[in-house]
Design a protein around this ligand. Structure first.
Ligand code: DX5
Ligand code: ZN
Length: 214
């Protein structure tokens, strides 16, 4: 079953709690929370205070995507704010193995994201430690961008690596440019978690927008 994780980056920030409740009612499985620090990516969004402010709005898992430098310095704050799973960028973390284990020692599932130009081979030494791999299908920082087609090749490569190592419990997540025209190819290439910002929040009928991605 494909998991749909609407990204609140495209939500109405003036009504964030209501927006989260609306996508929960519309059938969302996770809430994808795009944390950006203005350094690792050229945009700045929100941090732990906003996450804790919307925590009581929904029981859905908060899938926190840290697009920040040195994530190890603030992971504990995101956990305290209500994160249910944490994904860090391979490109933003010098001690990736140590930081993944830190997240897991804190009791949360750990994910690693790779940007469009980062080869999947970077994941090989840590794949068995991961609960989730996030293949970025746009250059991180903004919603509403075009899906990068080469991502499908990377998706198939990651799926093959997981199968080779017998790791069938690891989620393969895709993020960026996911919509009704790209979703089928993305699922077919092996993704089981689809993040969608614009494709969900820009629509009036969120339930239909989510259903068409599955
Ligand atoms: C981009 C974010 C994505 C983005 C997806 O840096 O990580 O989650 O919000 O937005 P859409 O689905 O609109 O491309
Ligand atoms: Zn994201």
């Amino acid at each position: 079953m494909t998991i749909i994780a609407p990204s609140i980056l495209s939500a109405n920030f003036a009504r964030l709690g209501e927006e989260v409740q609306a996508v929960e009612a519309a059938g969302a499985d996770w809430i994808h929370i795009d944390v950006m620090d203005g350094h690792f990516v050229p945009n700045l969004t929100f941090g732990p205070p906003v996450i804790s402010a919307i925590r009581s709005a929904t029981k859905l898992p908060f899938d926190v995507h840290l697009m920040i430098e040195r994530p190890e310095l603030s992971i504990a704050d995101y956990i305290a704010a209500g994160a249910d799973r944490i994904t860090i960028h391979a490109e933003a973390c010098v001690h990736l193995h140590r930081t993944i284990h830190y997240i897991k020692e804190k009791g949360l599932p750990a994910g690693v994201a790779i940007n469009p130009a980062t080869p999947v081979s970077i994941l090989e030494p840590i794949l068995h430690d991961l609960d989730l791999v996030l293949i970025m299908t746009v250059n991180p920082g903004f919603g509403g961008q075009q899906f990068i087609p080469y991502s499908l090749v990377k998706l198939r490569q990651v799926r093959a690596m997981l199968e080779e190592q017998g790791l069938d419990k690891v989620f393969v997540q895709v993020d960026g440019g996911v919509n009704k025209s790209t979703a089928a190819a993305i699922r077919e290439a092996g993704a089981d978690v689809l993040v969608a910002g614009n494709a969900v929040f820009a629509e009036q009928d969120r339930a239909a927008a989510i259903a068409v991605l599955r």
